[in-house]
Design a protein around this ligand. Structure first.
Ligand code: ASP
Ligand code: MG
Length: 451
């Protein structure tokens, strides 16, 4: 069995879905479990709808809801012109999902209050719409396809917008549901991103979470492979929007991929790697617009050569500097500091410490006010904003002769606010001013990859 996940751009419209179906058709002998995202931009549209509902702006919410319905009905008709029955079935599903959503949004408009729980219900509809249409289109194309509701399989806690998966519950439920859906079928399909609590309350896995759904399902069914179909040729040596002359990597290790996903490369959702590692399942990042390409294989470290694989970055971060003389010669200080981060759900990327100072970086999207307030009660705290993090990532990079020189030579004239080298020997990261980021990343890429 293999898992094939198709992202928003790979199911964006008639052409994309037609391509997607032919890719799946080529792999039926491997028993694909297909996982789909919402059509591209649909999740953004659903976020807008929920915002308008919260503002009690019913007219605007209705206008957007109409757009949503028309796009999906139009697509269903375009995909199945010769199969009246399946086309009607798809349109009926779309109308039912949209009718239900319309009333739900009307209710939110009426109370003018949008809880996380209600928002999760609204934004999950993109995947329900896409998966229902694509299921009918696959059947219309002669691939007998069974439909599965992800809410019965992907079980999370009650963090509605970023559910934490319960791996044991998932491993227990998924195989039976998949094999039941496979009965008399050639393939099965479900939604990415969508999940539910054990009591069946709707949750979602967070933005970009469909990759994560795919690897959770892959783990649960012991897939031989997880394929992430997207709109780029694979994982690259750097972000091509920032750096010229980047190269596609043919294979990287799970550890390298985890660091890259976390530190900038937007190709994979950062949590995707973990379930795959558990069962040692290779992940392939592939381009649905160039399906004969090799893509990037993400494999166990033993199959991967030592050396630098990429220079990644995070553009907008804060550095929180914590000073306290109480730290000197005492124990438990770090615990106290990190408990505050943990209680406030602020996640830390890099850490660097000295006798009387701890520096940490956090993504600027996180609210750090409460953390800074609490830390200030017993330490001097300074926050440096408008900073960027640069990470050089590669297996056993500490063994490379001259790596530090090659990494830091291009930045010799820049201020470096913090340096951290991971204990895993997979990355060296440092912090620079946001204004110099592009220049720094380009220069380092040139030094390391363009020789
Ligand atoms: N549709 C969701 C999003 O746009 C999940 C995904 O595509 O991975 O965030
Ligand atoms: Mg994605």
């Amino acid at each position: 069995m293999i898992v094939m996940k198709f992202g928003g751009t790979s199911v964006a419209n008639y052409e994309a879905i037609t391509r997607m179906i032919s890719i799946v058709r080529g792999k039926l002998d491997e028993k694909p479990v297909v996982v789909v995202s919402a059509l591209s931009k649909v999740t953004d549209l659903l976020y807008k709808i929920s915002d308008q509902a919260a503002l009690r702006n019913k007219a605007e919410a209705d206008r957007l809801l109409k757009q949503l319905r028309e796009r999906h009905i139009g697509l269903a008709k375009e995909l199945m012109p010769d199969n009246a029955e399946l086309c009607a079935q798809a349109c009926d599903k779309v109308n039912r999902i949209c009718d239900k959503l319309d009333s739900f949004v009307a209710a939110v408009c009426a109370v003018g209050e949008l809880s996380a729980r209600s928002k999760a219900i609204i934004i999950a509809n993109g995947e329900y719409l896409s998966s229902n249409i694509i299921c009918c289109a696959m059947n219309a194309g002669g691939i007998r396809t069974g439909y599965m509701d992800a809410r019965t399989m992907i079980i999370t806690d009650a963090d509605y917008l970023k559910g934490e998966p319960d791996m044991n519950a998932i491993a227990e439920k998924v195989p039976g549901i998949v094999s039941e859906a496979y009965r008399d079928n050639d393939a099965v399909i479900t939604q990415g991103f969508v999940s539910a609590t054990a009591d069946g309350e709707p949750t979602v896995l967070g933005r970009g979470g469909s990759d994560y759904s795919a690897s959770l399902i892959g783990m649960a069914v012991d897939a031989t492979r997880i394929e992430i179909w997207t709109d780029v040729d694979g994982v690259r040596t750097a972000d091509p929007r920032r750096v010229q002359n980047t190269r596609c990597l043919d294979k990287i290790s799970f550890e390298e991929a985890a660091e890259m996903a976390h530190f900038g490369a937007k190709v994979l959702h950062p949590l995707t790697i973990e379930p795959a590692v558990k069962k040692n399942i290779p992940i392939y990042v592939l381009n649905s617009m160039n399906s004969s390409g090799e893509g990037t294989a993400i494999l166990q470290s033993t199959f991967i050569e030592d050396g630098v694989k990429s220079v990644s970055c995070k553009e907008n971060i804060h550095v929180i500097n914590i000073f306290s003389t109480k730290m000197i010669n005492t124990s438990g200080f770090l615990t106290k500091v990190f408990e505050i981060f943990s209680e406030n759900k602020v996640s830390v990327d890099l850490i660097s410490t000295s006798e009387a100072n701890i520096s940490v970086t956090v993504d600027s999207s996180q609210n750090i006010d409460a953390v800074v307030g609490k830390l200030s009660a017993f330490a001097d705290v300074y926050v440096d904003s408008d900073k960027s993090q640069v990470s050089v990532i590669g297996k056993n990079i500490i063994n490379l002769k001259g790596l530090l020189e090659q990494t830091f030579a291009p930045v010799r004239d820049c201020k470096i606010y913090m340096i951290s080298q991971g204990a895993s020997y997979v990355n060296i990261s440092f912090v620079v001013d946001r204004t110099v980021l592009n220049d720094v990343v380009q220069q380092i890429h040139k030094y390391l990859f363009e020789k």
